[in-house]
Every structure is written in C-alpha cells, then in structure tokens.
Ligand binder design. Structure first.
Ligand SMILES: [Zn+2]
Length: 280
C-alpha cells in the first residue's frame, strides 16, 4: 500500500459508471498540479492512460458513483477504485479537530496516496464517537499571525458584486461591515463612533468567521441584508423588520446570488486567502 507522501497522487471524480467523468479536463489539471507540488513525474498522455483504464474498469451499471483515480509511482500505473456516492445527511454532525501532520513541514493537503494520517484521523474520530475529524493546520505549532489586507476574499467580492448588478435592484455595492458584540443592539454613541471609523453597516455576526476562514486559507465573503437603521439614525426605537417578509424575500434572492456567483470555479491563485498565514 502506498503510504508515503510521494508514493502516489490521486483525484476523486464523479463518474457515470460508463465512459463519462464530470469535469474531466479540470481533474487532469488538478492531478498535474498536485503531482508537481509533490515532485511526482506523470506521463505526458495521462488522459489516454486513464481513458484506457476506464474502458477496462467500466461496470456498465449506469450508476453515478465516485471514482478514485490514483497514479502509483512504483508501478507507473493508474489504479481505479470506485465507491458509492455518500448519502446526503441533513442532520447535525459531530466533528473533532486534530493537528494536521506535515511532511518536511511543507506537504499537506495535497492529493497523494494512502497517507496514513488521514486513516489514523478517521479511526480516532470513530473511536471518539465523532462523525468526522477536521485536520487543522498549525495546531501543534501554536499561534500564527495572518494577513487581513482583504478581510473578505477579493475574488469572491468581485464575483458577487458583478453578479448582483445583473439582479433586481437593491444591491448597494460593497461596504465596511463593523461587528459589535451582541445580542444587544449598539448604543447611539457607538453607532456615531462606527460611522467615524468608516463603517457602513453594523451587525453581530461575521467575526470571528472571517478570521477563522483566513486561518484556514479559505475564500470567504459575506452579503448583508440591511433590515433596520442603526440606533440614533432615525426617530424611535430600533426593531428588526421581520414582519414585512423582507428577510424571507431577501433569502430567495441571496440563494440565487450565491448560486450564480459560485457557478465558475474559484481562482485562488489571484487572492491571498490560501497563503494568509504569516510564518513567524
Ligand atoms: Zn480568496
């Protein structure tokens, strides 16, 4: 069994059980990128080699399933293994966090072979009664700083802004979100202060989510639905305008906005999210 980080490289695809693989060209690019990071040399004609293996492997079941395509360095061969699609669970899951192991301090999260830490993590999670284990980078090395030049991913913001422009009116553009500690509303004096700081909207969420996303190297952005004027901005007490269906109507639009914005793949090469951690 391949158990070293450079023994193999793989990708897992959605397969129709016959000759079709979803997003095959993108998986090829991904496989090549992972191989490059691991310094594994792949043959030039991997598309043809995989196609040939697929013809032999096809079970003609016409059943959509997951297919693991693994290149083993020792034998210079592609090995295919399939498994059923996991059932989608719409229920609470329990996760535990474990420090992510790194090889030579650099190889982590790449698509290499049967790397034992993943299997160990799965076993540990099962033993602890958890559904999944989240492997967290930096767990053993302590506190790390991270870059907040773009608190929200610049690519995602641009995508969402551009998509929102083509949708029904009401989108006000980008702004500065200030997070206050809820569940209480802000005082009028706090709202004046936030205005002076350059804040456009104020709310009780998004922090620490934005920071945690940065720590994990995730692209993250937020869309705010403004449901009331802040304290002191207009006469009377502050209330949330739930009654007129504003939030419900906004949710439908938000779902469409998110779906339309995320149709194209994310381009992590042109945002700083994936390398926001600053080595000490
Ligand atoms: Zn990003």
């Amino acid at each position: 069994m391949a158990n070293k980080p450079r023994s193999a490289v793989f990708t897992t695809v959605l397969w129709d059980g016959g000759s079709k693989i979803a997003d095959f060209p993108r998986h090829i690019v991904r496989l090549r990128n992972h191989a490059e990071r691991l310094r594994i040399e792949l043959p030039d004609n991997i598309e043809q080699l995989i196609s040939r293996c697929l013809i032999e492997y096809a079970d003609k079941s016409n059943e959509t399933q997951l297919l693991n395509i693994k290149y083993e360095c020792e034998t210079n061969q592609f090995i295919l293994t399939s498994r059923q699609l996991p059932k989608v669970r719409n229920s609470e899951i329990h996760a535990m966090t474990l420090p992510l192991k790194k090889w030579l301090g650099e190889i982590t999260g790449t698509k290499h072979g049967d790397w034992s830490p993943y299997i160990d993590a799965k076993n540990l999670a099962e033993e602890a009664g958890a559904d999944i284990a989240l492997l967290v980078d930096g767990g053993e090395s302590g506190v790390k700083h991270f870059d907040m030049s773009d608190p929200y991913c610049r690519n995602l913001r641009k995508k969402m802004s551009e998509t929102a422009k083509d949708q029904p009116p009401g989108f006000k553009g980008e702004g500065v979100y200030c997070c206050s500690e809820g569940p209480r509303f802000e005082t009028a004096a706090e709202v004046r202060m936030i205005r002076q700081w350059g804040g456009d909207v104020v709310g009780m969420t998004n922090v620490p989510e934005a920071q945690l996303a940065k720590e994990l190297g995730l692209c993250y952005a937020a869309v705010s639905v403004v449901v009331n004027m802040a304290t002191g901005m207009e006469q009377g007490a502050v209330g949330l305008e739930y009654g007129d269906g504003l939030i419900k109507a906004s949710m439908q639009r938000l779902r469409k906005l998110l779906k339309d914005s995320l149709m194209a793949p994310l381009d992590q090469d042109h945002c700083g999210c994936s390398n926001a951690l600053i080595p000490l």
